[in-house]
Design a protein around this ligand. Structure first.
Ligand code: BG6
Ligand code: MG
Length: 220
């Protein structure tokens, strides 16, 4: 029995993971800290402040800045990110996502969002998807970020469903860990070598097929 699908936002519903990457890369380079896509994988799903700490740690510069300076860096990254997402429209919904949401709805299954981003609501609204979600849990509503399961458990609780009857969809290693920690079936989109702890992995969102996911969940 499946009660709910709980989706991550950035990198699953839309390609904002790329914008987070570009904005962090610009800040890191300004601070003379090397930044590449492999390192960026560690930042996916991770909160704004924790991401900044990981970047500074990588450059051995954690002790070089005051809390006030760190807040300024985080704000600068966010201002850049916000300019990058200004133009987002329903055309930016990743391939296959709309179809998947429609199939889930047709079956009367609930849909939740579990996003670590404080910009989640604004992105969903730009995509015209606000109404497709029965509940939205974002960074403001949980104490512990991914990989802690709290955000997925909170979404299940708000939907009044058993986590064991939920399917989580993620593109981040930290997110897959959170889904598994919540006792849910984990579907991952992306690189199998990074997301190998998921129950089912696809390379891109256009491979997310409702019937296939349901079949694998039942066999699980
Ligand atoms: C997650 C992204 O969804 O949100 C991370 O995967 C990002 O890359 C995090 O750092 C926090 O986002 P924001 O918009 O609150 O800075
Ligand atoms: Mg993501």
């Amino acid at each position: 029995k499946i009660d709910a699908f709980i989706f991550d936002l950035d990198g699953v519903i839309t390609d904002t993971a790329e914008y987070h990457y570009l904005a962090w890369k610009a800040l890191a380079e300004e601070l003379d800290i090397p930044f590449d896509r492999a390192f960026n994988e560690q930042l996916k799903g991770v909160s704004r402040t924790d991401s900044l700490e990981l970047i500074l740690e990588r450059g051995n510069k954690q002790q070089d800045y005051s809390d006030v300076q760190k807040e300024q860096f985080a704000s600068k990254k966010n201002e850049h990110y916000v300019t990058l997402i200004e133009q987002i429209s329903p055309q930016d919904i990743l391939p296959g996502i709309k179809e998947l949401i429609d199939d889930i709805k047709k079956e009367g299954i609930a849909i939740g969002l579990a996003s670590a981003s404080k910009n989640a609501l604004s992105v969903l609204e730009s995509l015209g998807l606000r109404e497709s979600f029965d509940t939205i849990v974002d960074a403001g509503k949980v104490a512990q970020g991914k990989p802690h399961p709290e955000i997925f458990l909170t979404a299940a609780e708000q939907l009044h469903v058993d986590p064991a009857h939920c399917i989580g969809v993620e593109d981040a290693a930290s997110g897959v860990t959170a889904i598994k920690g919540a006792g849910m079936f984990a579907v991952a989109v992306g690189d199998g070598s990074i997301l190998s702890h998921a129950d089912y992995i696809v390379h891109s969102t256009d491979q997310l097929d409702f019937q296939t996911i349901i079949r694998l969940y039942k066999e699980y």
